[in-house]
Design a protein around this ligand. Structure first.
Ligand code: SF4
Length: 647
């Protein structure tokens, strides 16, 4: 067994695990018993998907497009072709999309390559497809675009509000702390989600709003808290209290049945329950973060926490979603959440990187994909994300990527995105490189190389440094040196070094002591669509991860959940003449999917649930390019759909 653990490369709980190599494969895995999160336990993905990252179908050499096919090529040819294409496109017509799965050092290096060497403003991360809406929302309310507490402390909560997050499936160690809080601490849980999920039976109050109506019932919840003076003694002094009070003055629990499909009395009870016991934790997941008005919903949830003196815990999706955002893998922020529009913040990075920076955002990930189709972008690089499946409107996205003047993709496997590329770089996995990930609790932890890279694959950091060299500039290729640069310039990472991280279980970046703010909650309409009367609920299951590039290759996970399906309740299905086990067609205005039907009591009337992802196709095919107007996160949740039997 190796002496030091590495960090799991799947969800953002950040479990520590020991991996023993044997004949170039994973011989054994052992969770760390002393790690504050894993405490001797991994979830089924940690055990079974970890070995699959070394799978037999891994890309082993660079590939270069020759006519209709991708042919093996040397690294020199692949890098030189890409550098030429970037030069030819020019900075304004070049874009780069990075991944929340890669290390902090790789995220930072890609941002530096794009902004300071290529000189393009068009740099963004795949968290634009998942959870980027929490960043501005939390900066405006708690001042910290991250969790305000650690995972272990959730077990000490007196009350927990959990909205749009099936924690058992997406963040298993968070779910186990919620259960500990209930069993050992008598914690009162208020769970809100269209579906009945595993935590809901233990919830004191279980709310099942119609998909897409969270802002409506949250306005009523906040008014209950204010009208009944359930807030803390300090709350009236929080900036924005009066504006918030006025904004919800017309909200009422009385009409929630018609608007949200749930009892208003339950919302009134939720307000009392959340105020009764302290400390309060308010957590939410992708069910919130991918709604059409996700920024406003996150602000409303943060207002609930601020009124009641609670802590916010956003449940982010990918293993390094927090670190990627911290290090500026975004079109609208510089590392450390330095705003581009702030000339002082900009000048710090202009001086660090010896470059000029734009004073506004470049294209978001969604905009870059569309710009490939329109010709507005001539070259796009995608590192570690299968955007053909993770972006919305799959058919349009694939067409747009196919029209890209030049597309370079770095990934472990020949994904649906890589198949469209002009150049494919074989990347190495988290088991084959050194670096750090930052978990959901702001814990910066070491990723340690256990294996030599598969075939000729290279880390993203090496690929980025190779590209910089081909463009005539030097970028560090030693992850430790990159972390030294990060810790020198990014306030949250001050003092982080591999030496310091080795002394303990990583290091949680400190909360900045920002004062809470309250913001008004806008009125939104509960819209209905007669032609598309159902709402799509797409959610993650424990056995798979994101687009499936890594997890779908695990034999165990594939055996447990061998194929995609759709769930509806029996009454809805009966009205449409649908039978279990038979294929149904789920169509939106944008696209369609065919799935075999399963009856499920977990689904309320008017909803269909499709799990993410089993490789090959994606419920994102049903999403349009409509995005939350503030964050640019696509509206993947609550998509209006119609359902029919496949004859
Ligand atoms: Fe832990 Fe998440 Fe990895 Fe599971 S997927 S082992 S919960 S970090």
């Amino acid at each position: 067994m190796i002496e030091r653990p590495t960090t799991c490369g799947f969800c953002s709980c950040g479990c520590a695990l020991y991996v023993e190599p044997k004949d170039g494969r994973v011989g054994a895995i052992c969770p760390s018993a002393n790690h504050p999160v894993s405490t001797g336990r991994l979830c089924i993905k940690g055990w079974n998907a970890t070995p699959s990252v070394l799978g037999t179908n891994r890309l082993r050499t660079p590939l270069v497009r020759k006519g209709d096919s991708l042919e093996p090529a040397s690294w020199e040819e692949a890098i030189s072709l890409t550098a030429s294409a970037l030069k030819q496109a020019g900075p304004d017509k070049t874009g780069a999309i990075g991944s929340s799965k890669t290390t902090n050092e790789e995220c930072y290096a890609l941002v530096k390559l794009a902004r300071s060497i290529i000189g393009t403003p068009n740099i963004d991360g795949a968290c634009r497809f998942y959870d980027a809406s929490l960043i501005r929302a939390l900066l405006d309310t708690t001042g910290t675009p991250a969790s305000q507490t650690d995972i272990s402390s959730i077990a000490d909560a007196g009350a927990i509000l959990i909205v749009g997050a099936n924690a058992r499936e997406m963040s298993p160690h968070v779910a186990s702390r919620v259960e500990d809080a209930v069993v050992e601490n008598g914690c009162s849980v208020v769970a809100a989600d269209p579906r009945f999920f595993a935590l809901a039976p233990g919830a004191e109050v279980s709310l099942h709003p119609r998909p897409g109506t969270d802002l409506i019932w949250l306005r009523a919840l906040i008014r209950e808290i204010i009208d009944h003076r359930l807030y803390t003694d300090d709350a009236p002094a929080i900036p924005g209290f009066e504006e918030l009070r006025v904004s919800v003055a017309d909200a009422t629990v009385d009409g929630l049945g018609a608007l949200c499909g749930m009892e208003g009395a339950a919302v009134a009870e939720a307000a009392q329950t959340l105020a009764r016991s302290k400390p309060l934790v308010v957590m939410f997941g992708l069910g919130v973060l991918q709604q059409p008005n996700s920024t406003e919903i996150v602000k409303a949830l943060a207002s609930v926490a601020n009124l009641l003196g609670g802590a916010v815990v956003p449940l982010r999706g990918q293993n390094n979603a927090q670190g990627a955002a911290d290090l500026g893998l975004a079109n609208d922020f510089l590392p450390g959440y330095a705003p581009l529009e702030d000339s002082e913040a900009r000048s710090v990075w202009e001086s660090a990187w010896s470059c000029r920076l734009p004073s506004g955002p470049g294209m978001s990930a969604v905009e870059m994909i569309r710009a490939c189709g329109s010709g507005e972008l001539a070259a796009l690089m995608v590192f570690g994300d299968n955007v053909a499946l993770s972006a919305p409107s799959t058919e349009e996205t694939v067409k747009a990527l196919g029209k890209a003047g030049f597309l370079a993709v770095a990934d472990l496997y020949l994904t649906e995105t890589a198949e469209l590329a002009n150049v494919v770089f074989p990347a190495s996995s988290f088991l084959e490189k050194d670096g750090t990930f930052t978990s959901i609790e702001r814990r910066v932890q070491r990723v340690r190389k256990v294996f030599e890279p598969v075939g000729e694959s290279r880390s993203d950091l090496e690929i980025i440094a190779d590209l910089a060299a081909a463009l005539g500039k030097d970028l560090a290729r030693d992850p430790q040196a990159v972390m030294a640069e990060i810790s020198a310039h990014v306030p949250q990472y001050e003092g982080v070094s591999y030496e310091a991280l080795d002394k303990s279980w990583g290091r949680q970046w400190p909360l900045n002591g920002a004062a809470a703010k309250l913001t008004p909650v806008p009125v939104v309409a509960a819209d209905r669509d007669e032609e598309y009367p159902f709402r799509l609920v797409a959610g993650r299951i424990n056995f798979h991860q994101q687009t499936g590039t890594m997890a779908v290759r695990s034999g165990v996970l594939a055996r447990e959940y061998p194929g995609a399906y759709a769930e509806m309740n029996e009454a809805d299905a009966g009205k449409l003449g649908l039978r279990p086990g038979r294929p149904i067609r789920i169509s939106s205005k944008t696209g369609a999917l065919t799935r075999n039907l399963i009856f499920s009591d977990a689904l309320p009337a008017g909803c269909v649930h499709v799990p993410h992802f089993f490789g090959g196709d994606s419920p994102n095919a049903l999403a349009s390019y409509d995005c939350d107007p503030v964050s640019g996160v696509p509206a993947y949740k609550a998509i209006p759909v119609k359902i029919e039997a496949v004859k």
